[in-house]
Design a protein. Sequence first.
Length: 315
Amino acid sequence: MSQTIDDVTIDDTGEPSAELDSSAAPDRTAPRRSDRHRTRSPRSRAWHIVRLVVIGLGLLSLLFLAYLYSASFVTEARAQSVLLTEFKASLLPSTPVNKQPPIGAPVGLLQIPSIGLQKVVVQGVTADETKRGPGHDPTTPLPGQVSNVVIVGRRSTYGAPFKSLDLVKTGESIVLYTSQGRFVYRVVGSAIVPLGSTSVTTATTDNRITLITANPEYLWRNELVVVGLLEGKPLASVTNIRQRVPGVKPGLTSWVTPLAPILIWGEVFLFTLIAAGILYRTWHPVSAYVITTPILIASLYLLFENLARLLPPSA
């Protein structure tokens, strides 16, 4: 004779019966988590890798956008500080030099009072120059001289000096200070033209300034062009104006081919990331962090700097 107490069967001898509730016993046949990973099919592993790659690229894209619209402003501010010091130093000689400055050198100080803009203009309109500030097209005269002076500035990245250029109205002033003096242009109009249009950068019979930036602010499909006419008598044009390279379009052509640096710094970042993962598993986490973090940050910064060179210089 037997009786059941709390799902355990007791026989006549007082010993528990071997029959136990099967639901209470652990399922020894269920695969463990590590077993499931080891038994994952090749197709499942491939999809897992694809998901990791997509997530990684997504995070990298978000970091790049964060760099463009925040950290790049710090880069431009530092460059402007250096350019301003160089420009002040160029004013020391008593005799103004009437020639085009070298690429990367300061040209003058640009002010648009109506939008609170004051930036040092740098010589050159490549993507590298406009990272530092508005760029003067070296194939056009210097500010205050005869014909069409062209300046290209960024709309949404690297300080976005021309972010509010669309707010400049007819009749408002554009002021430039150079080693040759102070020149005031009066705005006569604005227009939207195709990105990289050369029709607004050609020589003119009047004495004007043409400011160019990308439009719309974050899509960069076209160009916003603001034109101002010089007040007073112009200066004679310099004789060392550069000839425009065929096919180059100010505001669109970056003039640089950073594919090799992009590949190099991309590989450095990837290999460092893999090494960091290995070190975090095998070393003390603090030691791995101290060693790999500076390399990751530096390689990521250089990768983003070279990726940004692919953007239009007016972006």
